[in-house]
Design a protein around this ligand. Structure first.
Ligand SMILES: Cc1cc2nc3c(=O)[nH]c(=O)nc-3n(C[C@H](O)[C@H](O)[C@H](O)COP(=O)(O)O)c2cc1C
Length: 204
């Protein structure tokens, strides 16, 4: 797919078919996602991949059975793959403690960092993961773990130091459609001109 077509076609999918994702496709998506830039090449992003029946480990924690009957997107639970994304601050502290980075002082602790690059880099990885999947014809939904993050971490044996970035559901989009997302009516902000613009040239 052409890059600009990919960007313009990209939309969240909230209803999936149960059909599995071939291993070769999933492997390609994961390989592409890990090729993102990262501060000091620290690569402090981690994916916990749940396939097929393993995905129930995620849903059992985040969406108790009694809430499923009224859940707005029941076919989200049919997604054959769930990937949770976790950021590791320790990877950055270790990297920036080494001799070539020691002068930055950033290895001393996370409070030294003006920007938490572990979240930046993990977000980059989560975005490329989504684009790579869409490029394969898959649908994706990035969504939050909210107050269930620590329970998900426990269920998936994620190390304590890791921070939750979000969850990506992947699968073949259900052609029969889905109820729209709750924010679907929000307008895209204008590129420039006016107080709501995204781009500020020269200064804000
Ligand atoms: C950080 C983040 C958190 C999100 N959390 C949720 C969520 O919890 N549930 C959901 O249905 N969509 C979630 N979304 C999807 C957004 O609602 C969606 O990206 C936005 O409305 C724009 O729609 P589009 O991506 O289809 O263009 C999230 C997206 C991002 C980037």
């Amino acid at each position: 797919m052409e890059f600009s077509e990919l960007i313009h076609k990209r939309k969240m999918t909230r209803s999936f078919l149960r059909d599995p994702i071939p291993e070769s496709v999933l492997d390609r998506v994961l390989d592409q996602a890990r090729r993102v830039p990262s501060a000091g090449n620290s690569q402090g992003f981690n994916f916990v991949v749940l396939e097929g029946h393993q995905t129930s480990a995620y849903w059992d924690v985040t969406l108790p059975k009694e809430r499923r009957e009224t859940f707005r997107w029941p076919n989200l639970l049919d997604a054959p793959v769930i990937i949770t994304v976790w950021a590791s601050p320790d990877a950055y502290l270790e990297r920036y403690s080494r001799s070539d980075k020691q002068a930055t002082g950033l290895g001393r602790g996370i409070e030294m960092w003006a920007t938490p690059y572990w979240l930046v880099d993990s977000s980059f990885a989560a975005m490329v993961l989504q684009l790579a999947a869409i490029n394969e014809g898959l649908g994706v939904l990035f969504f939050g773990m909210f107050d269930k993050a620590s329970k998900v971490a426990e269920a998936l044996k994620v190390p304590n130091e890791c921070l939750p970035v979000g969850t990506v559901a992947l699968g073949w989009p259900d052609p029969s459609g889905e109820p729209p997302g709750r924010s679907a009516t929000e307008l895209r902000r204008p590129i420039e001109g006016g107080p709501d613009a995204v781009v500020h040239r020269g200064s804000w």
